[in-house]
Design a protein around this ligand. Structure first.
Ligand SMILES: *Cc1c(COP(=O)(O)O)cnc(C)c1O
Length: 481
């Protein structure tokens, strides 16, 4: 199956190559020429691993031996065998995506990506090492390190914004073990880190290097595709619980940053899954809310620090894939992306906005509202959720209040509350004194919810990667690895 850049039909690659390269040579993102025919009803009948196998074999047919890769990726790594359980909470259903090795939803994709990448590498007979270059707003970094440490033939380098991640997220990354890992903070925010990584890619294009660069961010199709599975899994759980019958549409509210998670939901719909509205939830960095409501994407605004740092993003890379999917027009996408780069904003044509609004709805919530929701959901419904999930809950409530849509609502829960103990303790009225580890313990004592083992185990671990560099020196740093 052929993939091509979102910005030009001329840059083509098969699915294995697309995974190896990450970004297309013109800076666009790889998309399949057309989506394959897919037996979604049959897919729903399997367990989580077979769902993942079906979806990944369909989208990445040039990567051989998918059943084995999926088994290697997930077996024994998650708290539950179905990987991503859906539980009823109040009038909604919560899809828990944080039961993996680093307690954030990115584990679903980043457990799988190393398998895809090493298989693609051998399918292509590639000899040189791959260097995975990643910018993180907090969760991707650790999930990628966990997936890639000590994988032969691969090295990994993670950049994160200094002061822009939670203490727990920082501790997860700077204590990472492994012979092939580098972690470095930059003076700047997440967008600076992401732009820096894109610039390093561009600068290295024509250089003779001892490694080939690739990406673990959701600009890589190998990172995006594994996320489709849990929409199927959740739908199936609602079927099994008797909440829906086959064919009923289900709405999903998705805490959104780089637009990868929610785009996977749209791809699930394209593959046939009866998905109703996809609700794009943001925090106070509400650039996507404005875009989906008005058609103008305007990144010329300050990036605010919130209690949901993994969504503190102004440049949502995967939106480019949606623009391509809905318009089919690479020239238009290239033009809009150029405008974004030079002018900091763009406006989509009215018919494209109509199409977007048929599929998506958007809302945002600030820190105070997220706290109110975390407190209320805990006190009234006995469920502890994190600030990112709270933004998804807020958007779901707003959507139902505004539209009266009565289709079942699944709120995606993207992180464990234990990754953000200060915000969660504050919201439920607990004492926030002491270190984040003391806060985790206290949160656990109050709520009876156990601290995930991977987080409890961080305390006292040696900090191995404490460097901080200027964002202008990221290229030198990479060349020095
Ligand atoms: C990455 C992340 C998000 C945003 O996901 P995107 O795919 O970037 O939209 C939301 N919540 C948490 C906890 C995350 O780690």
């Amino acid at each position: 199956m052929l993939y091509h850049s979102t910005r030009s039909q001329d840059f083509r690659a098969d699915s294995a190559q697309a995974v190896l390269e990450g970004l297309a040579p013109d800076g666009g993102l790889y998309m399949p020429e057309s989506l394959p025919a897919f037996d979604w009803k049959k897919c729903l009948k399997g367990d989580s691993l077979s769902m993942a196998t079906d979806i990944l074999s369909a989208l990445l047919p040039d990567i051989p031996d998918m059943p084995r890769l999926v088994k290697n990726a997930y077996t024994g790594k998650f708290e539950t065998e179905d990987l991503t359980p859906t539980v009823p909470v109040g009038g909604f259903h919560v899809l828990e995506l944080f039961r993996g090795p680093t307690s954030a939803f990115k584990d679903v994709a980043l457990s799988m990506l190393p398998q895809l990448l090493t298989a693609a590498k051998s399918a292509k007979g590639m000899q040189e090492d791959i260097l995975i270059l990643t910018a993180t707003s907090g969760d991707t970094g650790k999930a990628a390190l966990e997936g890639f440490h000590d994988v032969p033939g691969v090295r990994i380098c993670v950049f994160y914004p200094y002061g822009g991640v939670s203490q727990v997220q920082r501790a997860q990354m700077v204590t990472q073990e492994g012979n092939n890992v580098a972690v470095c903070a930059i003076h700047g925010n997440f967008d600076d880190a992401q732009t820096g990584v894109k610039n390093v890619f561009a600068a290295c294009r024509d250089k003779e290097l001892p490694f080939k660069l690739s990406s673990a961010n959701s600009i890589n199709i190998g990172r995006l595709a594994p996320q489709i599975m849990y929409y199927f899994r959740s739908y199936r759980d609602l079927l099994d619980a008797g909440k829906i019958t086959l064919g009923d549409e289900v709405n999903f509210s998705v805490p959104t940053g780089n637009f990868g998670d929610i785009l996977a939901g749209y791809l699930a719909k394209q593959l046939g899954l009866p998905v109703g509205k996809l609700i794009c939830a943001s925090n106070a960095n509400n650039v996507l809310t404005d875009f989906i409501r008005t058609g103008t994407y305007d990144q010329k605004r300050p990036l605010l620090k919130t209690t949901s740092p993994s969504m503190d993003i102004l440049v949502s890379s995967n939106l480019e894939r949606l623009l391509y999917l809905l318009s089919g027009d690479t020239e238009l996408v290239a033009k809009l992306m150029k405008q974004l780069n030079t002018e900091g904003s763009y406006t989509v044509p009215a018919d494209l906005l109509d199409t977007i609004q048929r599929e998506f709805w958007a809302a945002y919530c600030d820190d105070a509202r997220a706290a109110e929701i975390m407190g209320r959901v805990y006190k009234d419904m006995g469920y502890l959720c994190d600030p990112h999930t709270a933004s998804g809950w807020a958007a779901a409530e707003d959507y139902v209040a505004e539209t009266g849509d009565s289709r079942p609502m699944v709120v995606l829960s993207t992180a464990s509350p234990y990754k953000f103990p200060v915000a969660v303790l504050t919201a439920i009225g607990g004492d926030t004194s002491g270190s984040e580890f003391e806060q985790m313990e206290r949160l656990s004592q109050i709520t009876g919810v156990p601290v995930p083992k991977n987080l409890a185990g961080l305390q006292g671990k040696e900090e191995k990667h404490t460097g901080v560099i200027a964002k202008e020196t990221m290229l030198d740093y990479v060349l020095g690895l």
